[in-house]
Design a protein around this ligand. Structure first.
Ligand SMILES: *[C@@H]1O[C@H](CO)[C@@H](O)[C@H](O)[C@H]1NC(C)=O
Ligand SMILES: *[C@@H]1O[C@H](CO)[C@@H](O)[C@H](O)[C@H]1NC(C)=O
Ligand SMILES: *[C@@H]1O[C@H](CO)[C@@H](O)[C@H](O)[C@H]1NC(C)=O
Length: 186
């Protein structure tokens, strides 16, 4: 989950990566199985979604970054040897981050489909988090790089409409709840 050889955790690209991994497993899982990689792919995804679940401790709070990128980039260090301060950054109702929360929702919704027939409690837990995250990010709309300008130097955002639709689409597939289909088509 560390970013580009650093020991930063950036939630936005991490969530995107998880969504792509889910998509790859859903589309190409049979091929992965043939070359005995399906278990590894699922384990990698579970590692990320376990983190994302913990990063969402209450309905309207999502931690989107761990570490200080300025300090981190000045220091080559093994993750095993981290000693410095690890500040964490959250989005919430006063400092919303619709794109990062919705990309996280998309990651969780797609992963809940991957785990559906593997571990139903894991799949259901993810869906509970997704529904909360989707509502939070839709009700409190704002770009995380406007709320928290420091993130602009790393993973800037140009808007959140695409993530809203992406999350609602995955949520519809994962939950079969027609209200999400209506959300997207409206
Ligand atoms: C909400 O998020 C902002 C930005 O990360 C943070 O500064 C603030 O402390 C958070 N609010 C609460 C109540 O934790
Ligand atoms: C299923 O997922 C839950 C929640 O993540 C976890 O506690 C449990 O160990 C998992 N069960 C198996 C058999 O992997
Ligand atoms: C981040 O993106 C916004 C919106 O496109 C843009 O206005 C801003 O200049 C960008 N910030 C940086 C540091 O590139």
């Amino acid at each position: 989950m560390y970013d580009a050889g650093d020991i930063m955790k950036f939630g936005f690209p991490m969530a995107f990566t998880a969504t792509m991994l889910s998509l790859a497993i859903l589309e190409y899982g049979e091929n992965m199985k043939t070359v005995k990689q399906l278990g590894h792919a699922r384990d990698s995804l579970k590692w990320i979604t376990d983190f994302l679940i913990n990063a969402h401790p209450s309905e309207n709070v999502l931690y989107i970054q761990v570490g200080d990128p300025e300090l981190d980039h000045q220091c080559w260090e093994r993750p095993e040897a981290i000693r410095g301060i690890r500040p964490s950054t959250q989005v919430n109702t006063s400092f919303p981050g619709t794109e990062v929360a919705e990309e996280t929702a998309a990651a969780m919704a797609s992963a809940s489909l991957v785990f559906k027939n593997i571990n139903s409690s894991s799949s259901n837990l993810l869906l509970e988090h997704v529904q909360q995250l989707f509502s939070f990010a839709d009700a409190y709309r704002g770009s995380y790089s406007v709320s928290i300008p420091q993130v602009q130097s790393y993973y800037n955002s140009t808007g959140y409409e695409d993530e809203l639709l992406r999350a609602a689409t995955w949520l519809y597939h994962a939950s079969k709840d027609l209200s999400y289909l209506k959300y997207v088509t409206d």
